[in-house]
Design a protein around this ligand. Structure first.
Ligand code: PLP
Length: 435
C-alpha cells in the first residue's frame, strides 16, 4: 500500500471467547464431542425464553407497523421514559429520557464510548477484564489497556490502592471502568467498594463507566447496588442491556445512561459526541426497544428472573464445591452474572504438562498452538483436545497477568453441569501431576 492503512490499535483487537471456537471446531471434526463453555449466550446454551415473552415480541413485531421503522436516534421516547422512571424511583442519580441513548447491543455502546474519547485520554479497567472493554480501549489509544487489579485473595474485589497507584503513574487516565456484576469473576461489589471508586474519581477529576448489563442477575443473598446509588456529582455512564436478562442477545439492544452531564462541560461535550456519532448511524434497532417496557413491566418478569437466579446460585455452589477441592486451584463462588473464574495457584503450572488427547489428530491440532502459548492457554488447549471441554483462558481471553480460565453457569441441566465440572476437576489433577 502507498500509505500505512493499518489502524495503530489493530493488534489490540482480540476476542478469545470466540477465537477458541476455531480450534474447538477442528477438534470436533475429529469426532470429539465438544462441551461449549466459552461464550455467555444463554440461548445458545439451551435457556428457553418464556412463552409469554415470545408472545409479547410476536404481537409487537407482527401487529405494530411502527416496529418496522427507524426509531429516534436516542431511542423510542416511551422506552426511555420507562427506563428513567424505573431508575429514578430507586433513588440516587436522577435522569430524564434525554440522558439515555440506545445502541445495537452493549458491544456497540462499548466501542462507541472508547472510539469517541480523545485519543490521549485513557480509561483504566479491571484485570481480569471483559475483553470487549479492554480491547476497544486499547485500540482507541493504540497502546495496551491500563488496568487495576481485582484481588483473588479478597473475593475479586478491586484493589483500590492499585487504582490510586495507576492513576498517579498515568496522568492520561481520565476515567475508571468497573464491570458490576463482573465478567469473568461473577463477583458483585458492595456499595462501599463502588463508593470508594467514585471517591477516587472525584479526587482526581475523572469520570466513571459502570457496565451493569448483569445488574438483575444476582443471587446468593446479595443485592446489586448500581453506580447511580453512590455517584453523587461525579460524571458517569452506566451501561445496561437485555442480552443476558431476557435473554435476547440477538436483539442487539443495550443503552447508556449519562449522569451529571451538567457538572462538567468536557464530559457533556464527550457525551454529545457519542450521541452525534449514533445520529450518523441513524438509530439503534427499534423492535426490542418497543418490547422492553412490556416485558420488564410485566408482573411475570421479576419472578422469572428470581427462578433463573436461584438456578445460577445452585450451580455456583456446586462448581465451587467441586473445584475448590482440587489442590492448586483458587475459586470463589459467583454471586452475579453467570461466570466463575478458576485460578491456578502460583507455580503449579509448568512447561511440558499435558493430557492425553482423545485421538491422535486432536493432539496434532493443538500441538503447534501449545508451543508458543501461555501456561493457562496450554491447559485450555489440552482440555479441549483431551476432554472436548471448551473454556476460555484468563491471560489472553481476559487481558490478565493471572493464569486460569473462565467457566459459565449456563448449562441448564444440573446433572450435565456437575458432570462437566467433575471432568474439569479430574483433568486439572491429571494435568498438574503430569510433569
Ligand atoms: C460485561 C459485558 N458487557 C457487555 C457485553 C455485551 O453485550 P451485548 O450483547 O449487549 O453486546 C457482555 C457480553 O457478554 C458482557 O459480558
Amino acid at each position: 500500500m502507498r500509505n500505512n492503512i493499518v489502524h495503530p490499535g489493530a493488534d489490540e483487537l482480540v476476542y478469545e471467547i470466540r477465537k477458541i471456537v476455531e480450534v474447538g471446531e477442528n477438534i470436533e471434526k475429529t469426532g470429539v464431542q465438544i462441551v461449549w463453555d466459552n461464550i455467555g449466550d444463554p440461548v445458545a446454551k439451551g435457556q428457553i425464553v418464556p412463552q409469554w415473552i415470545k408472545e409479547i415480541v410476536a404481537a409487537t413485531a407482527l401487529g405494530d407497523n411502527a416496529s418496522y421503522g427507524y426509531s429516534p436516534t436516542k431511542g423510542l421516547l416511551a422506552t426511555r421514559e420507562y427506563i428513567s422512571y424505573e431508575r429514578n424511583i430507586e433513588g440516587g442519580a436522577q435522569i430524564t429520557p434525554d440522558d439515555i441513548l440506545f445502541f445495537n447491543g452493549l458491544g456497540d455502546a462499548i466501542s462507541t464510548v472508547y472510539d469517541y474519547l480523545n485519543k490521549s485520554a485513557r480509561v483504566i479497567g479491571p484485570n481480569p477484564a471483559y475483553s470487549t472493554h479492554s480491547s476497544a480501549e486499547a485500540a482507541h489509544a493504540g497502546s495496551p489497556h491500563i488496568t487495576y487489579r481485582l484481588d483473588p485473595k479478597n473475593n475479586w474485589y478491586p484493589d483500590i490502592d492499585d487504582v490510586k497507584k495507576q492513576i498517579a503513574v498515568h496522568p492520561d487516565i481520565s476515567g475508571i471502568l468497573l464491570v458490576n456484576p463482573d465478567n469473568p469473576t461473577g463477583m458483585v461489589y458492595s456499595q462501599d467498594v463502588i463508593r470508594q471508586l467514585v471517591e477516587v474519581a472525584a479526587e482526581n477529576d475523572l469520570f466513571i463507566i459502570s457496565d451493569e448489563i448483569y445488574s438483575n442477575l444476582c443471587y446468593g443473598g446479595v443485592t446489586h447496588k448500581k453506580l447511580a446509588s453512590v455517584i453523587g456529582n461525579v460524571p458517569g455512564i452506566a451501561l445496561r442491556g437485555i442480552s443476558k436478562e431476557f435473554p435476547w442477545p440477538g436483539a442487539r439492544c443495550g443503552w447508556a445512561e449519562f449522569y451529571n452531564r451538567d457538572r462538567d462541560t468536557a464530559f457533556a461535550r464527550y457525551a454529545k459526541t457519542i450521541v452525534d456519532a449514533k445520529m450518523l448511524e441513524v438509530c439503534a434497532t427499534t423492535l426490542p426497544q418497543k418490547v422492553l417496557p412490556l416485558v420488564m413491566g410485566d408482573a411475570r418478569y421479576y419472578p422469572y428472573l428470581a427462578r433463573r437466579n436461584a438456578a445460577f446460585w445452585e450451580k455456583s455452589q456446586a462448581a465451587h464445591s467441586i473445584l475448590s477441592a482440587v489442590p492448586g486451584l483458587i475459586v470463589h463462588k459467583a454471586y452475579g452474572a453467570f461466570y466463575m473464574t478458576v485460578l491456578f495457584e502460583d507455580g503449579v503450572l509448568r512447561k511440558g504438562q499435558f493430557l492425553k488427547p482423545a485421538n491422535e489428530t486432536a493432539g496434532t491440532i493443538v500441538e503447534p498452538l501449545i508451543e508458543s502459548a501461555s501456561f493457562d492457554k496450554c491447559f485450555v488447549y489440552n482440555l479441549l483436545a483431551s476432554r472436548g471441554i471448551c473454556v476460555v483462558p484468563l491471560s489472553s481471553g481476559f487481558n490478565s497477568d493471572l493464569q486460569g480460565f473462565r467457566i459459565t453457569l449456563l448449562e441448564p441441566d444440573i446433572t450435565r453441569f456437575k458432570n462437566t465440572l467433575y471432568r474439569i476437576a479430574e483433568a486439572v489433577k491429571e494435568y498438574l501431576a503430569s510433569n
